[in-house]
Design a protein around this ligand. Sequence first.
Ligand SMILES: C[S@@+](CC[C@H](N)C(=O)[O-])C[C@H]1O[C@@H](n2cnc3c(N)ncnc32)[C@H](O)[C@@H]1O
Length: 231
Amino acid sequence: MAKRLHPRSAVAQRTAGITLDHAAPVYDWLAPLMTLGSEHRLHKQVVARLALDRPADVLDIGCGTGTLTRQIYDALPADAPRRVCGVDAAEAMIAVAQKKAGARPGLAFAAALAEELPYPDGSFDRVLSTFFFHHLNYELKVKSLAEIARVLRPGGQAAILDVDVPYSFFGQICAWSGFWLFHQAEIAENIRGKLRAALDESPWRGRWQIASRHSGYLSLFTMVKPQEKQP
Ligand SMILES: C[S@@+](CC[C@H](N)C(=O)[O-])C[C@H]1O[C@@H](n2cnc3c(N)ncnc32)[C@H](O)[C@@H]1O
């Protein structure tokens, strides 16, 4: 595995994903800047897409400081028990998320890898990730997509918001600026359509769609796990 410039926590050291222990103290300041002020609007799109008006067990992968994870918890009906989990490989991110969570019974964060989710098969109704897949190389994208399929219940839904093939000049500039700024090959992969290719190489082949496009370079991918066939 390539030597990293930044210190990485023990869990983060087990993945080739780009982990952000070092950014945890400033992430909540930086994220709105890096999305040109649209982070909140984009998160709202994901929440709307997940149809959280009825009780559901939800998993947020690569949750960072847990801003969206908390929003999802708050969107679920308050008159039923709630179970919302957030995982991130960076233990420092999880520490911030846990601190921010406050008194929300059923909201839990864990330091864990997307490619080896620590949950049994079929344990969630919804799985989501935002701004996470451009932190994974191609192999980890495919593995993580398979893990999403595994932990979802039949009929469960997944939503992924991430960098994708740009569809406008403005989007080209934003997406390639991100690549040049961070020197992150994984961003270039997404721009070149590798997330779509990974979906096609995963259990989601033929089962994913692009529900909406944003900011010239982001896509909201949605998937539904098929119901089990009755004997
Ligand atoms: C850009 S942040 C996104 C945070 C949050 N989802 C958001 O929308 O703001 C990407 C996160 O992915 C995490 N990450 C990278 N590789 C990972 C892996 N293999 N498993 C779990 N998390 C990982 C990083 O530590 C980082 O916190």
